[in-house]
Design a protein around this ligand. Structure first.
Ligand SMILES: Cc1ncc(COP(=O)(O)O)c(C=O)c1O
Length: 348
């Protein structure tokens, strides 16, 4: 697949320089077609019958396997969630933390992670997003490091595996801005979240949680999928593997859409995204203050971020503001062309 062929898959790119995959990736035609076909079939055959349920369960396993393969995990380590936020809450609830426990996180995390930390009951220790500061915050009471692999504010990467090894403390990795954007390997990470709707260009409310050792985390929010057998009291035998954490029924159309989105990626997806982000950094550095970063998000300062985002939108360039930071953020994906970048820089 060439870049031109790849771009032709995404209707939105016909009109817009769409640089917003850090929020929502663009939807490709094969993804939309797969979803539409599934919805039409639901309407015609009715959502009923053994065959229907078996097909849905099979679809779930196919998505689980595809997401596992993406990050070097085993399917049995993958729970199908609706978001990164879901994954973070599953982990923090399942660890049964108390006020004596500490979780170490950074000042640049998304609410999808820190909201779950706050609700966990543990003491949340917030430090600068620097490896040494994170390691120095660990005490004998630290039960968890909770870190983004790529910070949503700047695109800067944190050495999450190294921090896990250095501190010996289990790590919950927020993969919302890494999985699909840069190569990610779940091995050596205790928990890793995946957002399907961002860099994987999947449907809304799709995602996953990779759990290295599912049996060691309590099922704190059981859905029907949590059990392989249960008593009238609600006591249950957990299903094998991380499927016990599946928080609920994903619409079959979304499962089909996510599978199609994963199949649509070209082999060179990470190379092109990295090159586009590198080029954008270079172009912007001549004009504005660019925040240092390593991944496919490029953030730069502006005196009126909201105004600039609105002005760029009028020029057909989609970027976003990072509230409270004075930063505007552009997301470069494997579908991003040099013309998209020129359009952004030209409209500044
Ligand atoms: C770093 C980070 N974590 C979590 C989230 C929330 O993701 P989700 O909507 O999949 O819960 C985002 C979304 O922008 C994010 O950037």
């Amino acid at each position: 697949m060439t870049l031109a062929e790849a771009r032709a898959l995404f209707p939105v790119l016909e009109r817009l320089a769409y640089l917003n995959a850090g929020t929502f990736g663009p939807l490709a035609r094969p993804t939309l077609d797969a979803m539409t076909r599934e919805l039409a079939a639901d309407a015609e055959r009715g959502r009923q019958g053994k065959e229907y349920f078996e097909r849905m369960l099979d679809l779930r396993e196919r998505v689980r396997a595809a997401l596992a393969a993406l990050v070097g995990a085993e399917p049995v380590q993958v729970a199908l969630t609706a978001s990164t936020t879901d994954g973070c809450n599953i982990v923090t609830a399942g660890l049964d933390l108390s006020p004596e426990d500490e979780v170490v996180t950074t000042a640049e995390e998304h609410f999808g992670l820190i909201g779950a930390l706050h609700a966990s009951g543990a003491r949340v220790v917030v430090v600068e997003a620097e490896p040494d500061a994170i390691a120095a915050a660990v005490t004998p009471n630290t039960r968890l490091l909770a870190l983004s692999q790529v910070l949503w504010t700047s695109g800067r990467a944190l050495p999450v595996r190294e921090l896990r090894e250095r501190t010996g403390v289990p790590v919950l990795v927020d993969g919302a801005q890494s999985v699909g954007a840069v190569p990610v390997d779940a091995r050596g990470l205790d928990f890793l979240t995946i957002s399907g709707q961002k860099w994987l260009c999947g449907p809304d409310a799709t995602g996953a949680l990779v759990v290295a050792e599912p049996e060691r985390l309590r099922v704190a929010r059981p859905s029907y999928f949590a059990q392989s057998a249960y008593e009238p009291t609600g006591a249950f035998t957990p299903r094998q593997g991380a499927a016990r954490f599946d928080p609920g029924w994903t619409p079959p159309a979304s499962l089909c859409g996510l599978l199609a989105a994963l199949e649509t990626r070209p082999e060179w997806w990470h190379d092109r995204a990295r090159a586009a982000a590198g080029r954008l950094r270079e172009l912007l550095e001549r004009r504005v203050e660019v925040v240092p970063g390593d991944a496919t998000l490029v953030a730069f300062g502006h005196e009126d971020p909201a105004g600039l985002v609105a002005r760029l939108a009028e020029a057909g360039v989609v970027v976003r503001e990072i509230p409270g930071t004075g930063l505007v953020r552009a997301s470069c994906g494997w579908w991003t062309s040099d013309e998209d970048l020129d359009r952004l820089v030209g409209a500044l």
